[in-house]
Write a protein that binds this ligand. Sequence first.
Ligand SMILES: CC(=O)SCCNC(=O)CCNC(=O)[C@H](O)C(C)(C)COP(=O)(O)OP(=O)(O)OC[C@H]1O[C@@H](n2cnc3c(N)ncnc32)[C@H](O)[C@@H]1OP(=O)(O)O
Ligand SMILES: CCCC(=O)O
Length: 443
Amino acid sequence: MSLQQYREKQVSAEEAVKIVKSGDWVDYGICLGQPIAADQALAARAGELSGVQVRGMVSMRLPAICAIPEPEKHFTWNTWHCTGVDREILRKGCGYFSPMRYSELPRFYRENITKIDAAIFQVAPMDDQGYFNFGPQGSHMKAVCDRAENIIVEVNENMPRCVGDEHAIHVSRVKYVVQGENPVLPEVKGAEPSPVDRRVAELIIDDIPNGACLQLGIGDMPAAVGALIAETDLRDLGVHTELYTDVFAELSLQGKVTGSKKSIDRFRQVYTFALGTQKLYDFMHDNPELLCRPADYTNDVQKVAQLDNFISINNAVEIDLFGQVSSESSGVRHISGTGGQLDFVTGAYLSRGGKSFICLSSTYGKNGSAKSRIVPTLPVGSIVTAPRSCTHWVVTEFGKVNLKGLSTWERAEALISIAHPDFQEELIQQAEQMNIWRNSNRI
Ligand SMILES: CC(=O)SCCNC(=O)CCNC(=O)[C@H](O)C(C)(C)COP(=O)(O)OP(=O)(O)OC[C@H]1O[C@@H](n2cnc3c(N)ncnc32)[C@H](O)[C@@H]1OP(=O)(O)O
Ligand SMILES: CCCC(=O)O
């Protein structure tokens, strides 16, 4: 029965994308799941189309619809979270960022977004029951499918089949099946941790107890913490994260992750999307220890709070002397997105024994042009990702400070104490001018 439906619905990519009309809203899913064959076919129709709005996020390949001449005349890319690829699209003037807190994204689709004319995304091959697995993309995919007028799945035999809930679409709900060309999945290999990354990681490791539940954010520093955990004797760790990476797979293979101390999803590693190497994708395929769940589960502050000793580690671009964390832009230049940072900063603090760490190198830029990442005030236009009322621990290579409960002057003093020594005097003077700190406060 399912096989018959499959055969009836299988068409070429060119045929499938004929359902897209000018002015339509099309959803491309997320990251590894964004379409390729159907995207190329849609790009080839550019001459007949205008005002097509496409949503996607965490792009690993430049969508073909953005690679044509003057793409903005035909398509607009709307991204929920930027990688370097999305930044390039924004820079070319072919797209916009759409703000979101990741835990809310599925609900945006269920309650706020009015139009999804077509959802087009890659999936794993159909199983015997007629389901196409989303692969390592839980995120908001079920919500997209619940609301989309038409669904086109592009089958990729290299897409790992990931164990999860709300994690597959049945062939009966699909309009067209496109057999893709089975491209290998994009790989991201973590950089070797720099001495600064390593020092920050060492400072955080001291606060991770056996049995802690981990969330590691995007960026080199959270990855460095993971790499350093691999060198410790820490045991019985749990994983409840948004992004699943090679670091977690490595810790699992070492036997450091058991999940035995988790109060929910005991023995399971929970995540909502993944990105890494082929080794990671092989590890994830049909692995019952892993559980891919939608972002309104993984990032739900109350779920995070239920997990004792929750340790959340996220990167930032800059922090001001009030403790406002900016992780997604530099002035008006958009870099990434809020993603799950605010969800995890809030949830980790509410967890019994939990801690949220915002980590950043003390400076940005090379030698002579180095600038402090700890700044008196954020540059005009910079977006606050975590407000000062939520910031918990902040870590640089010069130390770590807990801002909870501190007055304005105590915060300024604490943050200046972990700034690069070359910038401390200047920051003190600026704090004094801003009337948030007096030298006489110094003990
Ligand atoms: C999946 C999860 O992460 S779970 C929840 C956590 N989510 C978040 O924390 C979301 C927000 N955080 C982030 O996006 C990242 O952690 C970042 C951007 C802060 C750091 O990520 P990294 O990969 O280490 O950043 P990287 O060093 O590659 O810099 C990214 C860009 O920001 C720019 N940048 C970084 N710091 C600065 C700065 N102080 N001033 C100006 N630009 C800066 C870089 O130049 C680079 O831009 P380019 O590639 O276009 O040249
Ligand atoms: C998709 C969101 C990624 C992040 O939280 O950084």
